[in-house]
Design a protein around this ligand. Structure first.
Ligand code: ADP
Ligand code: ZN
Ligand code: ZN
Length: 749
């Protein structure tokens, strides 16, 4: 027998199938990881098929050296998915396969963990006789035998808690053949914060309807009717109880021995969701995300692979989890940009989920209070069945929203970053003992530092961006490359000492709260305060247990959190996300504002929201005030159509980076010519609506100059063909530039 092997080297030069002989005594099936000789080295590979014969001369075929696990690491359906990805993204098969395995599993950088245990090897009568024969003084041995008489294997760690220094006594017992000491496999389990078990709520009518639809969808998917009515978009306002719907669907699937994958935008930000699921489903639930240690990740992955855990909760990459008999994939907050992978192959988890569900007869559920324009458009067209939950599950109304035009505050003589409306609301909230959330989508103290004399703004030495002042270390920081620099005492250009901070960040907001309300305790949640392991959930728990009355944060606080005592939400400067160089800036702004507003008044007390802006007339801001998703959707959809943006078109961008500005720009210009030539004269030419080569909006980052070729393609099945052709021109160039291709990129910076 021969094995067809893909070697685990992510290079297109070796992206082909190699044949190895399977020696006697090695049992293989497709999906096994094996070690094989390759040139003069031994490397890892994946078996993708078996054959009886080989056309190669016998002396040129080498032997498989051995298997790396005693089970196939890749399920057949995952192998098939990897092949799909190889085709679609034009990447080596080994690159696609790597997505399906914990990174540290490759190269055996993580091992199965074991711990020493002791177990009795006597029957209970024998043990009793042994005890009777033991001298009374040998207390330690007597206690050990008594503990071990339950027949179980006890870890030495546990025994140590009951008997001081048990090892020598155990070894004597082992020499007597009374006890066996051996290493037992153990699983590293991620930390989990069990919640007080609460009664499973009675579903609201809207939840009931959604669950019923989903359960029959699950049946249809199982019956192999992929496509129509097995893919759903759940549009449910904030607080409508989407989590409970996911749990009911999961219960239904688990009861039929089917598996479920629940994707969340970022585990750290949705730790509450994980806690809810683990509390209800116990060890049937596994989590997969980047904050786990390599060992925890590996062990969770193995629990899933072995079918011990059938419910997987994880970030984007969990869409590849080795769930056999998949029943459903649920994507929470489906509009989030984190579902796009920015590293090659740049997949969209929603797209992978769609492929997997169709292939494996599973249901797909996308859900959000602010669905992406693309998904809602698909639902309207009938590609997804639309489920709607328009009321909060506990019957509370959506919060009251007030819009404040910040341009008028100055004329009212108010120089604070808080409008008079927000100040008044804060005062009332705090004096009545309720909690408030203040949202600003920028960390640090200021956005930039400028000289009042000459107008110079301090920029990062490596990047084409202004540096932000951070109060905690009193230094300037670059939010792109992480570089920091001291606060300049005088202007480096003109020598003036009139240096001023410009703009507002979380630290500044916190300072303002403390200035206005000196006795109020605050918590701040942004990238600076959540770097440490578990820091995020510590802040969440501190705020929940009312250690502080005001929580200030970036978009981290906008999602998923459920704080019953919060009655006021203030969006301090809503314009920040509007001014991004991205066609989705308005969409993001609307989503963020609706999500953050949704944190207010979730329990008994009604909520109030104050949105501060300099552009009150902007349609995204106006729509977030009325919380009218449909009105916003119609407006945005019409604008996308008129301006030829996705979902009507595909945006593709070559990003070219190199240490030299000329090389980057020249490469971009040459690439543009290449694309035009390739399309000219072919029938595909009509698919290209626009092509442009220039500097990218941020001209350099980390000392690398960035140029781009920006393209708009008609959204047409043909366009896939163009994209996979364009993919071939990526990679390193002879001039030292690096070319990447982005498709509908999350940012056009
Ligand atoms: P969403 O994700 O839709 O914003 P959640 O799932 O966080 O909403 O639910 C909001 C709140 O409503 C939670 O506190 C949840 O426990 C509660 N809830 C959910 N379903 C019900 C129900 N059927 N009856 C009462 N409360 C519910
Ligand atoms: Zn100056
Ligand atoms: Zn920088």
């Amino acid at each position: 027998m021969f094995a067809q092997v893909i070697v685990d080297i992510a290079s297109s030069a070796v992206d082909r199938v190699y044949t190895y002989r399977i020696p006697e005594g090695i049992d293989l099936s497709p999906g096994f990881r094996v070690s094989v000789p390759f040139g003069s080295r031994t490397i890892e590979g994946y078996v993708i098929g078996l054959t009886e014969t080989s056309d190669l001369p016998a002396d040129r075929v080498k032997d498989v050296l051995g298997t790396l696990e005693d089970y196939p690491a890749l399920l057949p359906q995952c192998l098939a998915l990897a092949k799909d990805i190889q085709q679609r993204f034009g990447c080596p098969l080994s690159t696609a396969i790597r997505l399906m395995l914990p990174a540290q599993m490759r190269g055996s950088r993580v091992k199965v963990k074991t711990e020493p245990v002791a177990q009795l090897c006597l029957s209970s009568e024998q043990a009793q006789a042994y005890l009777d024969a033991l001298p009374k003084r040998q207390l330690r041995k007597r206690t050990l035998i008594t503990i071990l008489m339950d027949g179980e294997a006890h870890t030495l760690k546990d025994l140590r808690a009951m008997v001081r220094d048990p090892r020598p006594a155990l070894e004597e017992l082992s020499a007597d053949n009374a006890v066996r000491i051996f290493d037992r496999e153990t699983l590293r389990a991620p930390l989990f914060h069990p919640l007080a078990p609460s009664a499973v709520p009675t579903l609201t009518e809207e939840q009931r309807d959604a669950v019923d639809e989903l359960c029959s969808g699950l049946e249809r998917a199982q019956a192999g009717h992929a496509g129509r009515n097995t893919e759903f978009l759940l549009y449910g306002v904030t607080g409508s109880g989407k989590t409970e719907v996911y749990m009911r669907l999961a219960e239904q699937a688990l009861s039929q021995a089917l598996g479920v994958i629940l994707l969340v935008p970022e585990i750290a930000l949705t730790s509450q969701m994980v806690d809810w699921f683990q509390t209800r489903f116990g060890s049937a639930a596994a989590v997969l995300h980047s904050r786990l240690s390599a060992g925890e990740r590996f062990d969770e992955w193995r629990r899933i692979r072995k079918g011990e855990a059938r419910l997987v909760i994880g970030a984007r990459s969990a869409v590849f989890a080795p769930v056999d008999r998949l029943g459903a994939i649920i994507i929470d907050e489906e509009h989030e940009a984190t579902y796009f992978s920015e590293t090659f192959p740049q997949y969209d988890a929603r797209q992978i989920a769609h492929l997997r569900c169709a292939r494996e007869g599973a249901l797909l559920l996308l859900a959000s209070a602010t669905p992406s324009i693309a998904s809602f458009a698909m639902a309207r067209r009938g590609d997804y069945a639309l489920l709607t939950m328009s009321r909060r599950a506990n019957g509370r109304p959506l919060p009251d929203i007030t819009l404040v035009d910040m341009r008028r505050e100055l004329s009212l003589g108010n120089r604070s970053i808080f409008s008079l409306t927000l100040q008044k609301a804060l005062k009332e909230t705090l004096s009545s003992g309720q909690q408030a959330i203040l949202f600003i989508n920028r960390r640090g103290y200021s956005s930039s530092v400028s000289c009042l004399a000459c107008g110079n703004t301090v920029k990062c030495r490596q990047c084409d961006v202004s540096m932000a002042y951070h109060r905690f270390d009193q230094r300037l920081h670059c939010h792109y490359c992480g570089a920091s620099a001291p606060f300049p005492k005088v202007c480096p250009v003109c020598g003036s000492n009139a240096i001023k901070t410009i703009g507002v960040g979380t630290e500044r907001v916190e300072e303002e709260v403390k200035r206005l309300f000196p006795n109020v305790r605050t918590l701040r949640m942004d990238m600076d305060t959540t770097r440490a392991h578990n820091a995020h959930s510590e802040i969440v728990n501190a705020f929940r247990s009312r250690e502080a009355q005001v929580l200030i944060g970036t978009q981290m606080i906008a999602k998923g959190l459920d704080f019953p005592q919060v009655t006021l939400v203030g969006a301090v400067l809503s314009d920040l996300s509007l001014n991004m160089p991205d066609y989705r800036a308005a969409e993001r702004t609307f989503q963020l504002l609706v999500q953050v507003a949704g944190r207010a008044g979730r329990a008994q007390m009604p909520g109030q929201v104050v949105i501060q802006t300099y552009q009150p007339e902007h349609y995204a801001i106006a729509a977030s005030v009325s919380q009218d998703y449909r009105a916003y959707f119609e407006g945005e959809f019409a604008r996308r159509r008129a301006d030829l943006y996705p979902p009507f078109t595909l945006i593709a961008r070559y990003l070219i980076e190199s240490p030299s500005g000329t090389v980057s720009l020249d490469t971009a210009l040459a690439l543009k010519e290449k694309v035009v030539q390739y399309l000219n004269g072919s029938s595909l030419k009509k698919r290209l609506l626009l092509i442009r080569a220039d500097e990218s909006p941020i001209a350099f980052i980390e000392g690398r100059y960035r140029a781009q070729v920006l393209m708009k393609l008609l959204n047409h099945p043909d366009s896939d063909q163009i994209l996979s052709h364009l993919q071939a021109w990526t990679g390193a160039t002879d001039q030292g530039a690096r070319i990447t291709l982005e498709i509908n990129p999350a940012s056009l910076a």
